[in-house]
Design a protein around this ligand. Structure first.
Ligand SMILES: [Zn+2]
Length: 128
């Protein structure tokens, strides 16, 4: 028996990194590792896999931004090459992790919503 849950927008749940069904439980137990189940509604996250989807989007956002910033810095300030080596790797790492969490959560919420065929309760863990 499942309880009815009010609809949760996939982008709202994704940006807040919350459960796609209840919008309350935390999706992550670590930086990018998913909880096994929702701590609020017990939705099973174990079968959930967003694969490389979030990395694709993050790569195509972070890459051009960093390249434009690096070119701009080079053309305006002409810093020594070690400045680029010291500046950009940490910014890429922090930016990628910062964007991966909401992108992964949003894709999981969209998968949950679009696979849902039972009145919004989702089908995580069920075979097709
Ligand atoms: Zn939940």
């Amino acid at each position: 028996m499942t309880e009815p849950f009010p609809p949760v927008g996939p982008f709202s749940a994704g940006v807040r990194c919350r459960c796609p069904r209840c919008g309350v439980g935390r999706l992550y137990r670590g930086i990018l590792a998913l909880n096994e189940t929702c701590d609020a509604c017990s939705l099973d996250f174990r079968a959930e896999d967003s694969a490389d989807g979030p990395a694709f989007f993050v790569m195509f956002i972070i890459g051009p931004v960093i390249v434009v910033l690096a070119v701009w810095l080079e053309l305006t300030a002409h810093p020594p090459i070690w400045v680029h080596g010291l500046l950009w790797p940490p910014l890429v790492t922090i930016g990628a992790i910062g964007l991966l969490r909401p992108f992964k959560a949003t894709l999981i919420a969209l998968q949950y919503r679009n696979r849902s065929g039972d009145g919004g309760q989702g089908q995580f863990g069920k075979s097709e």
